[in-house]
Write a protein that binds this ligand. Structure first.
Ligand code: CP
Length: 314
C-alpha cells in the first residue's frame, strides 16, 4: 500500500506499514532497539538523539500502551512531547486533518504519532507532510507497525533465528491491524509457518494474507506451536455482532491451560492488549509462566525509541 514511507535514497522517512519493508530495515530497527534497551538497563542511558525535536501524539482512538510508550520513548531520547488534545482542538470544529497537520508543522513539530479508526489516515498525512515524519500508531484494521516490531523483538529475544518457528495468531483477525502487521514482520524475517485461526466471520477475506494456512479448529492450529498470539475481540469494529455468546467463543477459540499444553512445552504466549480475560484468554494463562504480555509492553519503549531515532536522527 505505502510507497510514501521510503525516500528516493532508500531511507525510511515515515513508518506507515511493515508490508513490503525490506528485512534490512526491520532488522536494523530491532538491533537498534536491543542496543538502546541494553544501554538503558545497564546505566540508565538516555541518549539525547532527539534533543530540541518535538514529537506530537495525535490519537483519535483510545490507547494505553502505544501512546504512553511513544511518549516515554520520545522523552528518553530528549524530545519534547505534545499530547494533542483532540476533543479540545479545532478538529472538533471541522478543521481538516491536513490543516491540523500543517498548523502543527508550522510550530516546528518534527514527528506525528497518528492513531485513527480509518484505514489510510497516516498514509494520507504522510503524503501531506512537508517536513515531519508520520508514524502509524494503528489505523483501522490496516496496520500497527510498532506493535508488529515489538512482537517480533519479543519472539526474537527467545529465538534469535525465527525462521523455523511455528506461530499461530488466533481470534478476531478480520478486524486486527496487529495480526496484519505481525504477519508482515514475521514473513519479512522468514518465519516459516504463520497460522491464522478464528471463526469464519472473523477471518480476513481469502485474497488477504494468502501465505498463511487457515484453521477453524484452535486445537489443531496450536499443535506444536512455538508462539501463540491471542487477539482481542474488537466489538467496536464489528458490523454484525458475534454469532454466539462470549462463553461459546471462549470454548472454541479461547486460550486456556489445557489447550496451551498442545503447543510446545515452552511456547510463548503473546497478546497485544487490552485483554478480555475469560473471552480470548484465561486469567491463569495471561498471568502464567509462559505469558510474555508484559515483556511485549516493556519492549515497546526501546522499539519506539529505535523507530523515532531512525526516522528523525538518521
Ligand atoms: N496494543 C495496543 O495497541 O494497545 P493500546 O490500544 O493500549 O495502545
Amino acid at each position: 500500500m505505502s510507497h510514501v514511507q521510503i525516500d528516493a535514497d532508500g531511507r525510511l522517512r515515515h513508518l506507515i506499514t511493515l508490508q513490503g519493508l525490506e528485512r534490512s530495515h526491520i532488522s536494523g530497527m530491532l538491533d537498534r532497539a536491543v542496543k538502546l534497551r541494553e544501554a538503558f538497563s545497564a546505566t540508565g542511558s538516555r541518549p539525547q538523539l532527539l534533543a530540541a525535536r518535538t514529537v506530537v501524539n495525535l490519537f483519535f482512538e483510545p490507547s494505553t500502551r502505544t501512546r504512553s510508550s511513544f511518549e516515554l520513548a520520545a522523552r528518553r531520547l530528549g524530545a519534547n512531547v505534545l499530547n494533542f488534545d483532540i476533543s479540545g482542538s479545532s478538529t472538533s470544529k471541522g478543521e481538516s486533518l491536513e490543516d491540523t497537520l500543517a498548523t502543527l508543522e508550522a510550530m516546528q513539530a518534527d514527528a506525528f504519532i497518528v492513531r485513527h479508526k480509518e484505514n489510510g489516515t497516516p498514509e494520507r498525512l504522510a503524503r501531506h507532510a512537508q517536513r515531519a515524519a508520520i508514524l502509524n500508531a494503528g489505523d483501522g484494521n490496516h496496520a500497527h507497525p510498532t506493535q508488529g516490531l515489538l512482537d517480533a523483538l519479543t519472539i526474537r529475544d527467545r529465538h534469535p533465528d525465527p525462521t523455523s518457528l511455528k506461530v499461530v495468531i488466533c481470534g478476531d483477525i478480520r478486524h486486527s491491524r496487529v495480526a496484519r502487521s505481525d504477519v508482515h514482520v514475521f514473513k519479512s524475517l522468514g518465519v516459516a509457518d504463520v497460522r491464522l485461526c478464528g471463526p469464519a466471520a472473523l477471518m480476513p477475506d481469502a485474497s488477504e494474507l494468502q501465505a498463511c494456512p487457515r484453521f477453524d479448529s484452535f486445537d489443531e492450529a496450536i499443535e506444536g506451536c512455538d508462539a501463540v498470539i491471542m487477539l482481542r475481540l474488537q466489538k467496536e469494529r464489528m458490523v454484525a455482532g458475534l454469532a454466539g455468546s462470549e462463553s461459546e467463543y471462549f470454548q472454541r477459540f479461547g486460550l486456556n491451560a489445557a489447550r496451551l499444553r498442545r503447543a510446545n512445552s515452552e511456547a510463548m504466549v503473546l497478546h497485544p492488549g487490552p485483554m478480555n480475560r475469560g473471552v480470548e484468554i484465561a486469567p491463569e494463562v495471561a498471568d502464567g509462566p509462559q505469558s510474555c504480555v508484559l515483556r511485549q509492553v516493556a519492549n515497546g519503549i526501546p522499539v519506539r525509541m529505535a523507530v523515532l531515532a531512525t526516522l528523525l536522527e538518521g
